[in-house]
Write a protein that binds this ligand. Sequence first.
Ligand SMILES: C[S@@+](CC[C@H](N)C(=O)[O-])C[C@H]1O[C@@H](n2cnc3c(N)ncnc32)[C@H](O)[C@@H]1O
Length: 488
Amino acid sequence: MTDNKRIYQAYYTDSNPIVHYMVAMLDVQADSTILEPSAGNGAFIAALIGSGRSIEAYELDSDAIAQLHKTFGTQIQVIHGNTLLDSRLTERIVQQGGYDRIIANPPYGAWLDYEQRKILKRAYPDFYVKETYALFLYRCVQLLNDSGKLVFIVPDTWLNLHRHTALRKYLLEKTTLLEIALFPSAFFPRVNFGYANLCILTVQKGVYSAGHEFNVYTGFRDVSQLADKDTVTCYRIQQHAMQSNLDHALFISDKPKVMRLINDAPLRVGDIAACVTGFYSGNDKHFLKTRLDKKRYAKIDPDTICQSTDRALLADGLEGNRCYVPIAKGGAQHYIKPDDWFMLWSKEAVEHYRHDKKARYQNAGYYFRQGLGVPMVSSSKITAALLNYRLFDQSIVGIFPHNAADMGYLLAFFNSPTCNTLIRTINPSANNSAKYICKLPFLRPAETQSQTIQAVIKTIIQQIASTGQFDFTLKTEVDNVIGKIYGF
Ligand SMILES: C[S@@+](CC[C@H](N)C(=O)[O-])C[C@H]1O[C@@H](n2cnc3c(N)ncnc32)[C@H](O)[C@@H]1O
């Protein structure tokens, strides 16, 4: 990555279908004043030149500024400035003399030094400043005239993630959402961030009218379908419904039952269990060993492993040679995870973890207890395995039911397609952090269902313990019962 790319997030919109779609959605009128707040080399401006009354382009990078002057001369006004902090723009917001049209592919996670981050945090106290695109979106909606339109291409994380709740609330209150197109980031030339997809958002400034609905397009197989949206899936969403959703998130599902459960469940996983993130040594290469063949990690000597589950003994670390304890790490595995990893747990090591800046000695009250471990990231399906009184690391969310009798049912639930549908609707990215797990609706099984699940789960666990494998038809059996309980 060149320095300019890293600092300015200079990923230019080098895609005709994306530029055409966005410019069409912008709907420029002869007297429109247009702002491009992060202009780069002018991919949008080239498609807009000659339309509207005026075009202003803001840009931070002096190389890009020179290029804009060279390409567009006096046809546009080029401003070398920081869109997020520029006082002329702030003045426009105060004077309510903004723009009629704003189009952008803003920097997504522009590199910020400590000072800049502090300034932005002060200027945008409710926002997650590391994702600069959210600040651009907020700032530019502020800069829109009444009834003005804005078209942005940004990651889709703002639609669901907790950290963007304030942004969603603001957009839903101050604008009318006109259209959202969701597609893989790989459609964007030279960009493919695994963590999220892209979203083209079109809004109009002003409070929405009662009953207002907008289209959400998904299921694109090719970027050219942006010109032919009849060939992709379309969801019609009521803006009021999105505003009333849990945390104002956008949930899209074919199943009304899923939406109802997510929004209205009287009980959630967070009500019946503690959901917490695990431990990090601060330097796994040094403190962690494995019984597997791994280049980066030393092999464990079996004579140094302590298998005790006595929490009093383990609390402050171990004395003697047997000072490594099993630790559960991320990675998809149903029901049971073998002891493959071991953490140094000597008295000195524990003392170190408690005080080291890089270490995360967090939620220690849950170490070495029975519970479930759900990997924080699951690119395909969500899974859970019993922690079996082990330490668990920070790539896992530990789930500890308040009532131990719920353990088997939760183990079945977290390995089921039902749970997967719910969590991916709550948060479509691969992220299962504790916040989203807590929001999962929890429905109690009937007594007979509970007995069936407990019995089958017991058999599965016995099978894994004796052969390392389980009969998949048993999983299908419990999955079906869970499906019946949740009703979809
Ligand atoms: C993702 S690029 C997009 C460029 C262009 N709009 C396009 O679509 O090809 C983002 C641009 O924003 C500029 N930029 C980053 N931070 C900025 C800021 N705070 N103010 C103005 N421009 C900024 C970068 O230099 C970069 O050219």
